[in-house]
Each structure stands twice: as C-alpha cells, then as structure tokens.
Design a protein around this ligand. Structure first.
Ligand code: SAM
Length: 255
C-alpha cells in the first residue's frame, strides 16, 4: 500500500487540529531557555523575530525570559489570533506582536533583528533556503536559533528513511547541517538534540485526546481519517526509530 504523505493534507485542517494544542511541534520551555542561554548581548533594545511561531508556546517563553520586543510570524491566522490573545492575557502585548506572513517572503527591513528564532518550522521552506533568506534581516553579529529534524547516524533503516524523505526531502545529519550553516554565512555557536520528552510528553501524548475529538467532529471525513492515521504512524515510528533521528537546536551567529 502507498504510504500517505503530509503534503496531501490541507494546511487549514492540520492547523485546526494543532492550534487547540499548546505546542504544534516537539519542544519544551526548558529547551527554549537552554538555547536562549547561548545568545549574547540580550537587553531591552533586543528585537527578536519568531518565525513559524504557531500559537506561540516558545514566543511566550522568549518574552518571559528576556526584555526583548518580539515579532512572531506564521502563515496561519488562527494561530496568530491565539498568540496575540495569550500575549494579552499575560500582559505581554506591548512587547509581543503576532503577524500573519510567510517565512519565505519576510515583510521586514534588512538588518532589523538581533535574533531570529524558529522552532520546528524551517523545513516548510527548506533549511538552506531559510538560512539564506533570513540572514538579510539579521544585524551583523545577530543570532539565529532554530530546531530542525536531523539524522543522528549516517545510515538508518529503509522504513524510517523513506518516511522522512517524503516529509522533509532535505533532512540530513547534524554535521551536514552545521556545514550548511557555515556555508550560508553563520558561525556555529552550539547544536544540541532535544530530549525524547519533547516528542513524547509534549507532542505525541497531548495529540491523543485531540485525535479522538477531531475524528468525532469530522465523522465520515476521509481526509481527517487519513490525517489521524498519519499522525499515529508518526508516533509509532518515533518510538521504533528514535535512536536515528530527532530535533536538533542549531544556534549560529551571522558573520
Ligand atoms: N513553533 C511552533 C511550535 O514549535 O509549537 C509551531 C511549529 S509547527 C510544527 C510549524 C508552523 O509553521 C505551523 O504553525 C505552520 O503554520 C507554520 N508554517 C508553515 N509554513 C509556513 C510559511 N511558509 N510561513 C510561515 N509559517 C509557516
């Protein structure tokens, strides 16, 4: 049987599913704070862009652990509405602004930001393409901090290789990704892998109840059934093959 790929689902449906969850990708507050620890010269003058921010779990962590002004951008308006509402509830609306836009066509000025952040999103436009495009919007000596799907080994079983090549054709090893950072004009500062809890406790487990609810809400909708089948398979494959891949936080400084 042909395996279904993520590209076959409607963007809006995926976002409708995920916006109700606290996170839309693997990650955690602890790991966001850990990555933030590598960034120098943070002050109340710092400007941060958070790209592919989703409903803003990491945006709020950045806001609560810096004095920076943050512009958070996502293609999905529903996530941006939720992000702006959360910023308001937390009293952060003066420093956190969510806007709708695309990561591959940023509506910013050259050299506008001190830090570009992006968790679990750069694969949507491509790792190398994203690093190249985003660099223009960073000041010299500005930082980039991104999480990206990465292979931990040079070889892996065909089943998991095929799954990820379908989802993220560019996916590669940590060493290769660091060399892409260098090639695109960043000095590597740090790279560390996200712990399994970021996937299991913060991503797969919260999906379970939402999957049941979503199947009920969209009863008889074949696209929704296929999407949930895809998500369950993603979780099964992770538990089977997690020693071969994961998210890696890459932190670099613009040359
Ligand atoms: N950063 C959030 C997190 O870790 O919870 C969300 C990560 S989610 C896996 C990927 C996000 O990228 C989604 O919110 C999606 O709407 C957004 N996205 C996909 N393509 C995009 C594009 N071209 N421009 C901006 N955002 C995009």
């Amino acid at each position: 049987m042909e395996e279904i790929t993520i590209h076959e689902f409607e963007f809006a449906l995926i976002n409708e599913f995920f916006t109700e969850l606290e996170r839309q990708g693997p990650g955690s507050s602890e790991e966001t704070i850990r990555a933030l620890g590598f960034i120098g010269n943070l002050s109340n003058k710092t400007k941060i862009a958070d790209l592919g921010c989703g409903s803003g779990a990491q945006t709020m962590v950045l806001a609560q652990n810096t004095e920076a002004a943050i512009t958070a951008l996502d293609l999905y308006a529903g996530s941006i509405d939720k992000l702006n509402a959360t910023a308001g509830k937390l009293g952060l609306q003066n420093r956190v602004k969510g806007i709708v836009g695309s990561m591959d066509h940023l509506p910013f000025q050259n050299d506008e930001f001190d830090l570009i952040w992006s968790e679990g999103a750069i694969a949507n436009i491509g790792f190398e393409k994203g690093l190249n495009h985003w660099k223009d919007f960073l000041k010299k000596d500005g930082y980039i901090a991104i999480t990206y799907e990465s292979w931990f080994t040079d070889e892996r079983p065909a089943e998991i290789e095929k799954w990820w090549v379908d989802a993220v054709p560019e996916m590669d090893t940590i060493g290769h990704n660091i060399s892409i950072m260098q090639k695109t004009g960043y000095i590597p500062v740090a790279a560390f892998t996200l712990p399994e809890s970021c996937w299991i406790d913060n991503y797969f487990i919260p999906q379970k109840a939402r999957q049941e609810e979503f199947l009920k809400k969209h009863a008889g909708n074949k696209t929704v059934e296929d999407m949930i089948t895809f998500m369950r398979r993603e979780a099964d494959l992770y538990s089977k093959y997690k020693q071969y891949y994961g998210y890696v936080f890459y932190i670099g400084k613009k040359m």
